[in-house]
Design a protein around this ligand. Structure first.
Ligand SMILES: Nc1ncnc2c1ncn2[C@@H]1O[C@H](COP(=O)(O)OP(=O)(O)O)[C@@H](O)[C@H]1O
Ligand SMILES: [Mg+2]
Length: 263
């Protein structure tokens, strides 16, 4: 049995990649999947949301990618989110990325190779990626079975640059034929706003698959993050929480997740 690996990617910043990946990790864990969250963004926002703001894990992903620590050593099982284990990131990941890029024959399959040994321990591995079509994002897509693209609704530039993202996914498929474009997820959506309606109307022109459920524009997302919680921990009944649960189920179906990891 092997975990499915799911990446959330978009080279635009602020589109809710991290918010979505953390909250989907929580929703999947609540649905009974054993989840590993891997932060590949040197900003470490995902690490803070999963592990807490006060400390960083002693061993983080850059040491694993550099071959200095084993992946098992980097996995933190006790996080703020029950059922979600973490491999965190710190700003040092930015430096490692630069160093690796300067290395002849630097490989986009480093992450894939490292994850192999833990794929039978989890049902799903979630990869949060940086806002760039970079070496780290290439490593994420080389390791992923499925990539979802969060798209910020109502932003005039929401879909500008989609071609670059899709071209990057195509290139990733040449090294990773397993990779499937799971689809776009509309985020920060406010159905009352004209620009949001426009984004929703045209997004299907850019993506073959668009998830039926959207992450609404919601103050509860920001408020939950301010107190170090997922939105489901903050208020299980709010609209954003209900949508997160449904998005997670769509993702589970599209990515073909199964619950097999041993307890
Ligand atoms: N659905 C939402 N409604 C309102 N604010 C949101 C929503 N999703 C994310 N945000 C806020 O938008 C900002 C960027 O989100 P983040 O998940 O960090 O994006 P990314 O990882 O793509 O850079 C954060 O301040 C976050 O709290
Ligand atoms: Mg982020």
């Amino acid at each position: 049995m092997t975990a499915k690996t799911i990446a959330f990617s978009n080279h635009k910043g602020g589109v809710a990649k991290t918010s979505l990946s953390v909250n989907i990790a929580d929703a999947l864990a609540r649905d009974g999947y054993s989840v590993l969250f891997v932060d590949l963004d040197p900003q470490g926002n995902g690490t803070q949301l999963v592990y807490g703001y006060d400390e960083t894990p002693a061993i983080t992903v850059e040491q694993v990618l550099a071959g200095k620590e084993s992946i098992a050593a980097a996995i933190v099982d006790k996080t703020q989110i029950p059922g979600v284990s973490l491999i965190g990131a710190t700003l040092k990941l930015a430096r490692l990325e630069r160093d690796l890029q300067l290395t002849p024959f630097a490989s986009t399959s480093i992450l894939l190779t490292k994850l192999q040994s833990v794929r039978d321990v989890f049902d799903v591995i979630i990869l949060d990626t940086p806002p760039a079509l970079s070496f780290l994002t290439a490593n994420a897509l080389a390791a992923a079975d499925c990539v979802f693209v969060p798209v910020e609704s109502g932003s005039k530039l929401a879909l500008v640059g989609t071609d670059d993202m899709l071209e990057f996914v195509s290139q990733a498929k040449t090294v990773n034929p397993r990779l499937k474009l799971g689809g776009a997820v509309l985020t920060k959506h406010d159905g009352r706003k004209k620009l949001c309606k426009i984004t929703q109307a045209v997004i299907g022109d850019y993506f073959d698959t668009v998830l039926g459920h959207v992450l609404p524009q919601s103050a509860d997302i920001g408020k939950s993050q301010a107190v170090g919680q997922t939105v489901l921990q903050y208020d299980r009944e709010c609209t954003a929480s209900r949508e997160v649960v449904e998005i997670a189920r769509e993702i589970a179906t599209i990515a073909g997740l199964t619950k097999e990891a041993a307890e």
